[in-house]
Write a protein that binds this ligand. Structure first.
Ligand code: SF4
Ligand code: ZN
Length: 420
C-alpha cells in the first residue's frame, strides 16, 4: 500500500515510515480506548449542502486538558459528500483511518468501529500535537485517497464523554448493525465470486485473507460487501475478485481458483488454503485478528479469546501468547485468527463440525455473540441456548474444570471425534 506524503498542517511528521511505531505506556501522554470507554470512528455520507469542506470541529477537551496517562473517550465522524459516493464505500474509507492515524509520528492506532485504541506520545504532545490534528490528517488523507468519490469532507471529533456515548450508541452502532444485517442475507453459495484482501501485507508479507459473505476478514473490518466496494473503488487495489468455479472439496471450502489466487498473491509462500477448516490448510493470520481460536484437546473443542480479554484461557495461554503462535502470515493448523462475527457463521470451522466445537469464550465475548450464535446452533443442530453450554473465565480457566462443566451441561463437543 502506498500512502502519499502530503503537506498536512500538523506539528509532527506524517509518513508511512511511522506506521509500525509502537508507543509504550511510559512514553504516552494520553490514550483513547474503545474497549474500556465509549469510542467510535465513522464515515457518514451527507448531502453536499450539509458540509463545509475542510471544517474541523472538536467537541470536548483538547489533549492539554486531559490528565497525563489517562484513558479517554474519542469519537470522530468524517462527513463526506460526492456525486459518486455510495454508502457502501463508508466502511472502506473507515478502515483506512487505521493507516492514516498510524502514519502520524508519535501516534498509534489499532482496532476499528467502536473498538479503536489510540495513543499519543509525550513527544508528539510536547511538539504541540492536538486532537484537531487527527481531524487534519483524516481530512487530507480521505480527500487525497478517495478523490474519485469524495468532493467535500468535514470532520467532527468528540472527546466529551457524554457526546461520545451518544455518538457511539445512537449514531455509530445502529449504522454498524445495519451493515451487518445487509450481509446476513448473503451466503457463500449465493454469490458468484469471493474477494482477496492483501491490505495487511505491509506488516505480514505473505498474508492473504479470502473474504466470503459468511467469512469476513480476520480484522473484523472487511466484509464481503466491503471487499466488493474496495474493488470497485480501486480495481487494481488490495481486493481482487476470486472466482469459485472449480471446487475441490466443498466441505473444506477448497477451490482450485482460491489456491491459484493465494499462490499468486502470497508470491508463492502459500499453496493451498481452505475456507472452512482450522486443521487442514487453514487461512493465514496477519496480526490484526479480533479473535483467535485454538484447539483444546481434552474436550475435542476449541477455545476462543478476543483481543480485549486480558485474562487466562483453559489452554494455559493468554491472548498475547496465543497471538504469538498465530500471526505473521504463516499457516498454523489448530490455531486461527478470525473476526468476531465469524463465530456465529454457519461456516465457522465447518469442516471440523462447526460451532458445536466451541467450548470456551471470555464472558464478554460470549454475551456479544450470544443472540447470533444461539440462532446458528438452533438452525444447525436444534440446540436451544447453546451459549449456556460454553464455558467462560468465571466458570473455568483450566481444562479439568472446563471438562467437568461441559460434561454437566452435555456439551456436544465431548461426543465428537478428536481433532488431532
Ligand atoms: Fe484485509 Fe485481512 Fe488485513 Fe482485514 S485482516 S485488512 S481483510 S488483509
Ligand atoms: Zn492484518
Amino acid at each position: 500500500i502506498k500512502i502519499k506524503i502530503t503537506n498536512i498542517d500538523i506539528p509532527v511528521a506524517f509518513a508511512s515510515a511511522f506506521e509500525g511505531e509502537i508507543i509504550r505506556r511510559k512514553d504516552m501522554q494520553v490514550e483513547f480506548d474503545g474497549s474500556r470507554v465509549d469510542c467510535a470512528e465513522l464515515v457518514h455520507t451527507c448531502d453536499a449542502s450539509e458540509i463545509e469542506d475542510h471544517k474541523i470541529t472538536v467537541v470536548g477537551p483538547e489533549v492539554d486538558d486531559m490528565e497525563l496517562g489517562s484513558k479517554n473517550s474519542i469519537a470522530y465522524v468524517v462527513k463526506v459528500a460526492g456525486k459518486n459516493m455510495q454508502p457502501d464505500f463508508e466502511p472502506v474509507i473507515e478502515r483506512k483511518f487505521h493507516n492514516y492515524i498510524n502514519c502520524i509520528e508519535g501516534v498509534y492506532h489499532t482496532g476499528q468501529r467502536d473498538m479503536q485504541r489510540i495513543r499519543i506520545s509525550k513527544t508528539a504532545f510536547e511538539a504541540g500535537f492536538k486532537i484537531k490534528h487527527i481531524g487534519e490528517v483524516l481530512y487530507a488523507s480521505v480527500k487525497n485517497e478517495f478523490d474519485a468519490v469524495v468532493d467535500k469532507c468535514e470532520v467532527v471529533i468528540y472527546t466529551d464523554p457524554a457526546e461520545c456515548t451518544r455518538v457511539r450508541h445512537e449514531v455509530a452502532i445502529p449504522i454498524f448493525d445495519k451493515r451487518d444485517e445487509r450481509l446476513d442475507t448473503l451466503t457463500d453459495e449465493s454469490v458468484d465470486v469471493y474477494y482477496s484482501c492483501i491490505l495487511c501485507q505491509a506488516f505480514s508479507p505473505s498474508h492473504v485473507c479470502v473474504v466470503t459473505p459468511e467469512r469476513l476478514g480476520l480484522c473484523g473490518a472487511v466484509s464481503w460487501l466491503d471487499a466488493k466496494a474496495t474493488h470497485q473503488l480501486d480495481p487494481n487495489g488490495p481486493c481482487q475478485v476470486i472466482t469459485k468455479e472449480r471446487p475441490i472439496n466443498e466441505e473444506l471450502g477448497s477451490y482450485e481458483d482460491v489456491d491459484e489466487a493465494v499462490q499468486k498473491l502470497s508470491q508463492g509462500a502459500l499453496e493451498h488454503v481452505t475456507l472452512y477448516s482450522i486443521m487442514q490448510d487453514p487461512m493465514t493470520s496477519c496480526g490484526c485478528f479480533e479473535c483467535i481460536c485454538g484447539i483444546e484437546p481434552f474436550s475435542n473443542g476449541v477455545v476462543i479469546a478476543n483481543r480485549e480479554y486480558a485474562g487466562m484461557t483453559p489452554l494455559g495461554m493468554t491472548f498475547p501468547e496465543m497471538a504469538s503462535m498465530t500471526g505473521g502470515g504463516v499457516q498454523t493448523p489448530g490455531f486461527m485468527g478470525h473476526g468476531k462475527h465469524f463465530i456465529s457463521s454457519k461456516k465457522f470451522m465447518k469442516a471440523e463440525g462447526g460451532i458445536e466445537r466451541i467450548v470456551w469464550m471470555p464472558k464478554e465475548l460470549k454475551e456479544f455473540v450470544a443472540d447470533r450464535l444461539n440462532k446458528t446452533a438452533k438452525d444447525l443442530y436444534g440446540i436451544d441456548n447453546f451459549t449456556d453450554m460454553i464455558g467462560d473465565e468465571t466458570i473455568a480457566e483450566d481444562p479439568e474444570t472446563l471438562v467437568a462443566f461441559l460434561t454437566e451441561k452435555g456439551h456436544p463437543a465431548l461426543g465428537l471425534d478428536p481433532m488431532m
